[in-house]
Design a binder for this molecule. Sequence first.
Ligand code: URA
Length: 251
Amino acid sequence: MPLRLQKILAQAGIASRRASETLIAEGRVSVNGVTIREMGTKADPAADDIRVDGRRVKAERLRYLLLNKPPGYVSTRSDPQRRPTVLDLLRGVREYVYPVGRLDYDTEGLLLLTNDGELAARLTHPRHGIERVYEARVAGMPDDAALERLRRGIPLDGRRTLPADVVLLNRGRPGPAHAGPRGRREREAVLVLTIREGRNRQVRRMCEAVGHPVRALRRVRIGPLQDRRLKTGMWRDLTALEIRALQRAGT
Ligand code: URA
């Protein structure tokens, strides 16, 4: 299938689409021996001889990985503060995969990584409202009013969060007592929140807003993807069935 050259280069992991355009403008890209400088030129990665600086470009296979991220890792490809990144956990993966959406440094749980830029863009587009399910251990025991506020939506940065599903897991039972930040033992509850958008630190800020700051946060589902058996720090390729389910979720 003919594709725009900059897209082929990006998919092959040569450079981002924008940087690939620069490579083309600089006359460093050739197709079947002819230097291409015109943006938007198409080629067929399966049939054409595409080269950058004379080196043959091979189409990268599409990878879809599910990682169970531990706390203490950033979910970007590189970190200016040089903290460990989720890429450090993907030893042996040669394709240029990147995280679809983010988990905070302290958050653990499921993270999807892929080099399929089209699917990644569709899944993160707010229009599709892909469900993300989080288990949050929070300080204190939220009452019905607090739960109702979380469900209806919380104004963050002047815009209310979309309605969420919120379930209190340990109602009626005393919550586990843990040492709080000041060394005092504090009561805690576990909430399961289903949200349909991915705003910055959304769950933490929602819980904080109703007076129950998050002590630990874990994502347990992304749309159709869940895996209770995937150990923390481990990853696996998605199955063909899961990839199809994701593609359906993003249409
Ligand atoms: N909400 C948060 O507050 N943090 C995350 O990492 C994900 C969702």
